[in-house]
Design a protein around this ligand. Structure first.
Ligand code: ADP
Length: 242
C-alpha cells in the first residue's frame, strides 16, 4: 500500500480537490461546481443530497469518470483521472466503478445473468468464470430464482436488484448510485436501500446521490450540495429541507 500523504496517495477511494465545472455555450457560462473538495475512505457509505440544479449530476459525472473537471483534481483509488483520454476513462470506469442508475439501464433483450456478466465480458474475464460470478452476484441480491428472466419480466425492484448485481460483479473500488430508488414504489425502495446497507456492511464503498432526505439518511455520512458547493454540516442541511 502507498503510505505518503501526497494527493491521491492517502488511501482514500475518492479524493476530490477544489474541483470546478463550468459549462460554456456561446457567450454564456454556468458554474455548476464552484470549488468542491471531498475525501471518501474505503468502506464509507456517503449520500450526497441537494435540490434540483445544485450540481448533483455534474458531480456524479465527474466522480463516475463520465466527465472531467474544468479545474481541480480528482484521484480515484490513488489514480489521477483528471487529464485522462476518453479511452482511459472508459477503462477506469469499467475496472473501478459499479453504476446504479434511476432508470436501471438494463438491456431489454438480455436475461438477468447476461446483463450482469456484461461488465465482466468488457473486462476480458473468461466465459466460464463470467457465468459463475454473474450467478453469484444475482444470488447475492436475492435473485437466484430469476436469472433467466428478461428485464420486462421483472418488477422495478427486481430490475434494480439486477442492476446492483451488475454493479458489484466486477468487485469495483466504488459503487456509485444515482437516485437508485427514484423509480421505485416505497416497498421496493426500502428493499434496495436494505441491499445498499448489506453492501456497506460487507465493506463496499458506496456513494449515493439523491434529492430525498429519507434516502440520504440511510447512509453513514450525508454531504449536502447547494449552488455547486458542498457542506458537511448535514444536520443543518437536513433541517433546512424539512
Ligand atoms: P442537479 O443534478 O442537482 O439537478 P446539475 O448538475 O444537472 O444539477 O446542474 C447544475 C447547474 O449546471 C444547473 O444550473 C444546470 O442548469 C447547469 N448545467 C448542467 N448541465 C449543463 C450543460 N450541459 N450545459 C449548460 N449548463 C448545464
Amino acid at each position: 500500500m502507498m503510505t505518503d500523504s501526497a494527493p491521491g496517495t492517502s488511501g482514500a477511494v475518492i479524493e476530490v480537490e477544489k474541483v470546478t465545472k463550468v459549462y460554456r455555450s456561446g457567450s454564456l457560462s454556468v458554474a455548476a461546481l464552484r470549488g468542491v473538495s471531498l475525501s471518501i475512505s474505503s468502506g464509507e457509505y456517503v449520500a450526497i443530497i441537494g435540490p434540483s440544479g445544485s450540481g448533483k449530476s455534474t458531480l456524479m459525472h465527474i466522480l463516475g469518470c463520465l466527465d472531467v473537471p474544468t479545474s481541480g483534481s480528482y484521484h480515484l483509488a490513488g489514480e489521477n483521472v483528471g487529464g485522462m483520454s476518453e479511452a482511459a476513462l472508459a477503462e477506469v470506469r469499467n475496472r473501478r466503478i459499479g453504476f446504479v442508475f434511476q432508470q436501471f439501464n438494463l438491456l431489454a433483450t438480455m436475461t438477468a445473468w447476461q446483463n450482469v456478466e456484461l461488465p465482466l465480458a468488457y473486462a476480458g474475464v473468461h466465459r466460464s468464470d463470467r457465468k459463475e460470478r454473474a450467478m453469484e452476484a444475482l444470488a447475492r441480491v436475492g435473485l437466484a430464482g430469476r436469472v433467466h428472466h428478461r428485464p420486462g419480466e421483472l418488477s422495478g425492484g427486481q430490475q434494480q436488484r439486477v442492476a446492483v448485481a451488475r454493479a458489484l460483479v466486477t468487485e469495483p473500488d466504488l459503487i456509485l448510485a444515482d437516485e437508485p430508488t427514484g423509480n421505485l414504489d416505497s416497498t421496493s425502495a426500502r428493499d434496495v436501500l436494505r441491499l445498499m446497507d448489506e453492501l456497506h456492511e460487507s465493506g463496499r464503498t458506496l456513494v449515493l446521490i439523491t434529492h430525498d432526505v429519507e434516502v440520504a439518511s440511510a447512509s453513514g455520512r450525508v454531504v449536502g450540495i447547494r449552488d455547486g458547493l458542498l457542506t458537511e454540516d448535514d444536520s443543518r442541511y437536513l433541517e433546512s429541507v424539512r
